[in-house]
Design a protein around this ligand. Structure first.
Ligand SMILES: C[S@@+](CC[C@H](N)C(=O)[O-])C[C@H]1O[C@@H](n2cnc3c(N)ncnc32)[C@H](O)[C@@H]1O
Length: 413
């Protein structure tokens, strides 16, 4: 084995994550005055708060294996220390080909060491390129991978278009987005510039952000006549994660644009809302009836465009949920079990938003009731109602808004 460059690793320490041991920056050197670790200050990025993100990645690849989708080749286009690709290489079965890429020369040297100490040298290649240039070159040379990862610090938008052509047919791509402020509408003009979506102040911003992100990913794919199915997506802590599988045919694209893309019409006064698919939005006879709130008569704000269909596949999330505790080294299995259960439950309701109980209650000038009482009330009237993994005060329901308001009024008296 080549000797390790100790000087380069000054300020680094050997840590363990999953089954991998890697050199990562010493966390205590990069703490803010409030004591919080700031990973972007370190010379090579490593964020221990993202362990669950990587744990889910491992479980998703196992899930796909159970579903008959084999992953043998992977590329982590934004690798930093290489932790994600290294974990996939040693924790999932049958990986024969790993490319770890980062534009930072120091990151490339550190990931080179990390590959060696995890005995992955024979299956791994380190690349020190701009992720976009590398993606285009791989595609030009006819190289496609089973699994592709894009995990930037901030928005994935600059990398989406080149990366979407890298997976094989049936291959999978995972995106992280940590720019929650523009995605959830804290900076509406940034949402417009970066994600081409109009956004209003609303009470379901976590779900809106995820759906605006998915719309943008699919829109880029469709521009190139490439189709993807969404396997699993979620919100957690300070980020969104979306996994998609490239389909063999592009025949379904027009149907997805017509029925999967759409808008939400939102009443900022009473918080009434409804969604409308692209094909109906552009039908003036339909849309003219949607522009005024049918509860309070205020004009409805138009929010979007966004993805309005399922954001996860039931069989994938169910399998992931089932196998979560099978791999004893997965540290965040308890959290993942809870999150995947909530995702399964909320997907029994086919509406692209939740209602925030505090906000809706305040329009009724009443105290918010306990969420379980609202769910029981809606169930007793024959409606489906579930919690959402995105917000502890959020309720998803197929009930008309008036019925939810009646339940809130009944339960708070
Ligand atoms: C958030 S970190 C990646 C974290 C890593 N995936 C993990 O799980 O720890 C983002 C990385 O992208 C790299 N990067 C930024 N712009 C890039 C580009 N255009 N091409 C390649 N790498 C880039 C940065 O150097 C940084 O190491």
């Amino acid at each position: 084995m080549e000797r390790i460059d100790r000087k380069m690793l000054e300020g680094f320490e050997l840590i363990k994550e999953g089954l991998a041991r890697i050199y990562a920056p010493k966390l205590e050197l990069y703490r803010r005055s409030d004591g919080v670790y700031e990973p972007s200050w370190a010379p090579v990025f490593y964020n221990p708060a993202m362990v669950m993100n990587r744990d889910i990645n491992i479980l998703l690849l196992y899930t796909l294996e159970y579903e008959g989708v084999k992953t043998r080749s992977i590329i982590d286009l934004l690798s930093a220390t290489g932790i994600r690709g290294i974990r996939i290489g040693i924790e999932t079965p049958g990986i024969t080909d790993i490319i770890l890429n980062d534009v930072s020369p120091l990151a490339c040297r550190v990931m080179g060491v990390n590959i060696k100490i995890n005995n992955l040298a024979s299956s791994s290649t380190v690349s020190c390129r701009d992720a976009r240039a590398l993606s285009y070159e791989l595609v030009k040379s006819g190289t496609h991978m089973d699994y592709v990862d894009i995990d930037p610090y901030g928005s994935p938008m600059p990398f989406i278009e080149p990366a979407l052509s890298v997976p094989k047919i049936n291959g999978v791509i995972g995106f992280t987005a940590t720019d929650l402020a523009p995605l959830t509408g804290s900076h509406p003009w940034k949402t417009l510039k970066r994600y081409h979506a109009h956004i209003a102040k609303n009470d379901f911003s976590k779900e809106l952000g995820l759906r605006i992100l998915i719309y943008n990913i699919l829109n880029k794919a469709f521009e190139h006549d490439i189709d993807y199915d969404i396997l699993f997506s979620y919100y957690s802590d300070h980020y969104y994660r979306v996994y998609l599988r490239r389909t063999k045919s592009s025949k379904g694209i027009v149907e997805k644009i017509n029925n999967g893309f759409g808008y939400i019409l939102y009443c900022e006064r009473c918080l009434n809302r409804r969604h409308v698919a692209f094909k109906d939005y552009f039908d003036s006879n339909t849309i003219k009836n949607y522009l005024v709130c049918d509860i309070c008569g205020s004009p409805m704000r138009i929010v979007g465009p966004l993805w309005i269909r399922e954001t996860a596949r039931h069989n994938i999330v169910s399998k992931l949920h089932e196998i979560t505790e099978k791999y004893e080294w997965i540290k965040s299995s308890r959290r993942i079990k809870k999150l995947s259960k909530l995702v399964i439950d909320e997907h029994s309701i086919n509406v692209p938003y939740y209602y925030h109980l505090d906000h809706v209650s305040s329009t009724l000038k009443t105290n918010p009731p306990k969420i379980h009482r609202i769910i029981e009330c809606l169930n007793s009237k024959g409606f489906n109602a579930q919690r959402t993994h995105m917000d502890p005060k959020g309720v998803k329901t197929d009930a008309p808004y008036q019925e939810l308001r009646k339940c809130i009024t009944e339960c708070s008296t």
